[in-house]
Ligand binder design. Structure first.
Ligand code: CUA
Length: 193
């Protein structure tokens, strides 16, 4: 009888050691995953200039077309009196307005986007431009395109049956080719410049 009790005690101790080992391995691997995620956030922030959209600026999505900052004439690229370049984009099922955005290369650019209906989003590959566009909010991003070139700007939030066909083009031109004077008077795009 005494022998049996001793065996049981030994088994229990062995089981506890196994459980402890498994728990420790679990805790370390979870810690490693959290550390990796934090490191990725720090890396993309510092190295790619990734930034979460401000999302604190609200706007009435039902009244966008009735005038104000995102009325049709203001959509596209404009240059303010202090020389700042701002691109205003309207996202709606299933297109971006303007469909083709033109911007000067090697110039600080502010992107401001709104949605007229549901949640959309967009990414410009090879840049830090990547945001959701949530109805009721203005998504604002700062960027700079180092080189002239063409970029695709697809919608990356599922927004309905036409989602996969929703994309815009970003045309980055050398500064000398960008119509700064026209853009100071009214917003320009690839067709209107
Ligand atoms: Cu808009 Cu997907």
């Amino acid at each position: 009888m005494a022998e049996l009790t001793q065996d049981a005690a030994q088994l229990e101790a062995a089981a506890e050691r196994t459980a402890r080992r498994a728990e420790r391995a679990w805790a370390w691997s979870m810690g490693a995953i959290i550390a990796l995620m934090l490191a990725l956030i720090v890396f993309t922030t510092l190295h790619w200039g990734m930034q979460p959209p401000s999302s604190v600026e609200t706007i009435d999505s039902m009244r966008l077309q009735l005038g104000g900052e995102f009325s049709e004439a203001n959509l596209g690229t404009s240059v303010s009196p202090d020389g700042a370049v701002t691109v205003r984009v309207l996202a709606q099922q299933y297109a971006f307005v303007p469909k083709c955005i033109v911007v000067p290369a090697d110039t600080p650019i502010t992107l401001r986007a709104v949605s007229a209906d549901v949640v959309h989003g967009f990414i410009v590959q090879g840049t830090n431009v990547n945001t959701m566009v949530i109805p009721g909010y203005v998504a604002t991003l700062s960027t700079r395109f180092a080189q002239p070139g063409e970029h695709r700007m697809p919608c990356h939030e599922f927004c309905g049956v036409g989602h996969q066909g929703m994309w815009a083009q970003v045309r980055v031109v050398v500064r000398e080719q960008f119509p700064f004077e026209q853009a100071a008077e009214a917003a320009v795009n690839c067709e209107k410049r």
